[in-house]
Design a protein around this ligand. Structure first.
Ligand SMILES: Nc1ncnc2c1ncn2[C@@H]1O[C@H](COP(=O)(O)OP(=O)(O)O)[C@@H](O)[C@H]1O
Ligand SMILES: [Mg+2]
Length: 329
C-alpha cells in the first residue's frame, strides 16, 4: 500500500541552531500513529515544518510527500489547499483555531465553503451533522453561540468539528487533551478513535502522555532531542521498550490497572538544542550509557523483531520481560 505521507530527512534550524536532525516518517492511509517524547523534543516542529507553518526564521530542508506530491516545493496556494483540506491540525488550545467573535455554526459553515464548496442549507445541515458527530449536545440550539459559551471540552470538540469540515485524509492532533481534566480527556480520546474508524482518516496523535497514545494509536514513534529514537507497534513498545528513553517514559507513568509501582522519573531534562551533547543526545541521562555512547551518535536501524531503534546498548528483550513479570507478581 502506498503511503499517504512520506517525510524524508526533515531538518529544521532556528537562527542556525538545528532542532530537528533528519526525521524519516511514513503515515499509511487510515493508520493511527503516535508521536511521543518530553516537551521540546521536536514533535510539533516536525508537523509544522511538514505543513509549511513555521516562521520565516526557520530553515527547513528535506522532503515531505503527500501521495507523491512534494509539499516542500509546493507553491503557497497548493499548501493552503492541503492544510485544512487534505491534512487538518488540531491543537491543545482551541482558541488558536476558533474565532471568538464569530458564531460557531458560522465558522464551521465557512470551513465547509472553503474546503468543500458547500453553501446555504446544505452547508448548514452539514455543520449541524458535524457538531452532532463530535458530541455537542443540542447542536441546533447552540449553533449560534460564541466559543466562550462552551466549556473547554466542548470547545475542543468544536475545533475537531472544524478540522473534519474539510474531510481530511490526515488529522494531526497535537496534544489535544493536555489542558483538559482526566474525564474530559478520556472522552475526547474516545471521540478521536471513533472518528478515525468512521471516517477512515489517518491520525497522527502527538503527546507526551504514553497512556493516551496507547489508547488512540497502533504504531508509535518516540522522539528525543529532534530525532526518532524508537519506532514500533504500540503493543511491542509497551511490552518491551528497548530504548532506555522509551523505558524511562514508561517507568514514569502511573498504571491505573495492575499493582502499584514506584514511579521513576527520568533524571535531568531534555538538552538545549544549542548545547547538544556529542554522541547520543540521551547519554547524559541514560542509566545504560557507556563511554562509547558519548562519542557515537546512534542511527535509527531496523531490528529483527520489526521495530526501529537508535541505541548502542538497548534494554535486552528477555531481561525486560522478566522485569515486567516481577512487577505483576
Ligand atoms: N518558533 C521557534 N523559534 C525558536 N525555537 C523554536 C521555535 N519553535 C520551537 N522551537 C524549539 O524547537 C525545539 C522543538 O520544539 P517543539 O517541536 O515545539 O517541541 P515539542 O512539540 O516536542 O514539545 C525546542 O527546542 C523549541 O525550543
Ligand atoms: Mg509541541
Amino acid at each position: 500500500m502506498d503511503n499517504l505521507v512520506e517525510i524524508r530527512n526533515l531538518r529544521v534550524a532556528f537562527d542556525g541552531v538545528p532542532v530537528l536532525h533528519g526525521i524519516d516518517l511514513d503515515v499509511a492511509p487510515g493508520e493511527a500513529l503516535g508521536l511521543v517524547g518530553e516537551s521540546g523534543c521536536g514533535k510539533s516542529v516536525t508537523w509544522l515544518a511538514a505543513l509549511g507553518l513555521l516562521p520565516g526564521k526557520a530553515t527547513v530542508s528535506g522532503s515531505v510527500r503527500l501521495q507523491g506530491q512534494d509539499l516542500a516545493t509546493a507553491p503557497r496556494r497548493t499548501l493552503e489547499r492541503v492544510r485544512g483540506g487534505r491534512i487538518a491540525m488540531i491543537f491543545q488550545d482551541p482558541s488558536s483555531a476558533l474565532n471568538p467573535v464569530i458564531r460557531v455554526g458560522q465558522q464551521i459553515i465557512e470551513a465547509l465553503r472553503l474546503h468543500r464548496g458547500l453553501t446555504g442549507a446544505a452547508a448548514r445541515a452539514e455543520a449541524l451533522r458535524l457538531m452532532d458527530l463530535v458530541g455537542i449536545p443540542d447542536a441546533r440550539n447552540r449553533f449560534s453561540l460564541y466559543t466562550h459559551e462552551f466549556s473547554g471540552g466542548q470547545a475542543q470538540r468544536l475545533m475537531i468539528a472544524m478540522a473534519l469540515a474539510g474531510e481530511p485524509d490526515l488529522l494531526i492532533a497535537d496534544e489535544p487533551t493536555t489542558a483538559l481534566d482526566a474525564t474530559i480527556q478520556a472522552q475526547i480520546l474516545d471521540l478521536l478513535v471513533t472518528l478515525r474508524r468512521e471516517m477512515s482518516m489517518a491520525t497522527v496523535f502527538i503527546s507526551h502522555d504514553l497512556a493516551a497514545v496507547a489508547q488512540v494509536c497502533e504504531r508509535v514513534c518516540v522522539m528525543y532531542a529532534g530525532k526518532i529514537i524508537e519506532e514500533g507497534h504500540v503493543g511491542q513498545l509497551f511490552e518491551t521498550p528497548r530504548h532506555p528513553y522509551t523505558r524511562g517514559l514508561f517507568d514514569a507513568i502511573p498504571t491505573l490497572s495492575g499493582p502499584l509501582r514506584r514511579l521513576v522519573p527520568i533524571p535531568g531534562t531534555v538538552p538545549d538544542p544549542r548545547e547538544l551533547p556529542p554522541g547520543c543526545a540521551f547519554a547524559p541521562r541514560c542509566n545504560r550509557a557507556r563511554a562509547f555512547c558519548s562519542q557515537h551518535r546512534p542511527e535509527l536501524l531496523p531490528q529483527p523483531e520489526g521495530r526501529q531503534l537508535a541505541c548502542a546498548f538497548p534494554v535486552p528483550i528477555t531481561q525486560d520481560i522478566v522485569h515486567r513479570q516481577e512487577e505483576y507478581q
